[in-house]
Design a protein around this ligand. Structure first.
Ligand code: MRU
Length: 353
């Protein structure tokens, strides 16, 4: 495990590293109910698709523990309400719904006939989701090893490391696995406007891991490809549609286009929990629009003229045709994605029994 945990369950409360304060301060929040967890997801105390999935599952476990329901059916109704509140916290990452649906499906088992059993199962499922996430990410990283040359310049966008997951990371896990296998990687870290997950979080994680890196502004990747040379881009994702179209942090699409123009392979690291086969293509992926203040201000300082009109989509969709391959814990999917992704998701579902 990393020495810092994005999320953990301790003595009946959920502890979260407050990622809004990094890299300057390391402080944990202790959350005791599902409303606090939903607010922490919305306000990006915790962020990254797999991490918010685990957070939502622990939010349900908290709701189960604090509900005063005496009958199983009343508790199930309370948990359905709690799940709705958690689900609404952020719309794009499918892991949130995936984790909630998984816990609720387990709790629907009619063999669970007491509130105590339901509480225990809700917590056990949350732990299972968290533990599985770490195993998944490690496998995903190992699966990607053949794609990373022994000496590689890599562009990475946003933050997809231990902070964005329960541990190890997805796209950053690919980089981490390559580094652990003694490949000489150098990471160009997109700063990732407007929340600066790259500059603040990825640079922090890479320095702790001892991985050589250089922070660049988001618009610099084309220049770096042209003048320095880049061997591959690897990014995470919040939702992959059945055809391979992929939603990820705003700016990912631009990076994919620049990579395509330079003939640089563009890889998406996607645990199968982020693949949403119920959505045919990227047009149906809900894109979160966040507050204008994230764009108008840098820290406390307003950088735009008063009254400037602002759009702040937090994610964009990269069409599948710009994605060289999608790396999962079950293996690597290549185009055509409709078939290759469905096969890997099927395998993963069979493994979960
Ligand atoms: O808004 P964020 O910081 O939650 O966005 C995170 C990303 O876009 C990540 O790339 C994605 O969630 C994958 S995290 C392993």
């Amino acid at each position: 495990m990393s020495t810092y945990a994005s999320i953990e369950w301790k003595n009946g409360v959920v502890r979260m590293l407050d990622q809004r304060l990094l890299p300057h301060r390391t402080a944990y929040l202790e959350l005791t109910d599902e409303h606090a967890v939903a607010a922490a997801i919305r306000d990006m105390v915790i962020r990254g698709a797999p991490a918010i999935g685990a957070a939502a599952a622990y939010g349900l476990a908290l709701a189960a523990a604090r509900s005063g329901a005496a009958e199983p059916e009343t508790l199930r109704a309370d948990l359905a309400t709690a799940a709705a509140a958690l689900r609404a916290a952020r719309p794009t990452a499918v892991n949130l719904s995936w984790a909630l649906n998984r816990v609720l499906a387990r709790l629907a088992d009619p063999a669970l006939s007491t509130v105590e059993e339901l509480r225990a199962v809700a917590l056990a499922q949350a732990h299972a989701i968290a533990e599985e996430d770490v195993r998944t990410n490690r496998r995903l990283g190992l699966n990607a090893l053949p794609l990373v040359p022994d000496k590689a310049n890599i562009v990475h966008h946003c933050n997809t490391g231990a902070l964005a997951t329960v541990d190890y990371g997805t796209a950053l896990g690919v980089i981490r696995a390559a580094h652990e296998h003694h490949k000489q990687v150098h990471v160009f870290v997109d700063e990732t406007r407007p929340r600066l997950q790259g500059a603040r979080l990825t640079a922090w994680e890479l320095s702790r891991l001892g991985v050589p890196h250089t922070v660049i502004v988001d618009g610099a990747s084309g220049h770096i490809m042209r003048t320095v040379g880049v061997d591959l881009c690897v990014v995470g994702c919040d939702r992959v549609a059945a055809n391979g179209d992929t939603a990820n942090k705003i700016g990912t699409y631009n990076l994919a286009l620049v990579a395509c123009a330079h003939g640089v392979p563009f890889y998406v690291a996607a645990p199968t929990s982020t693949i949403d086969l119920s959505i045919a293509d990227g047009d149906a992926i809900p894109i979160e629009e966040r507050a204008a203040g994230e764009v108008t201000h840098v820290g406390e300082e307003q950088v735009t003229p008063d009254g400037a009109r602002v759009a702040n989509p937090a994610f964009d969709v990269t069409p599948a045709r710009y994605i060289t391959a999608i790396i999962t814990e079950m293996g690597i999917a290549y185009p055509p994605y409709r078939e290759s992704l469905a096969a890997l998701v099927e395998q993963a579902n069979q493994g979960r029994g």
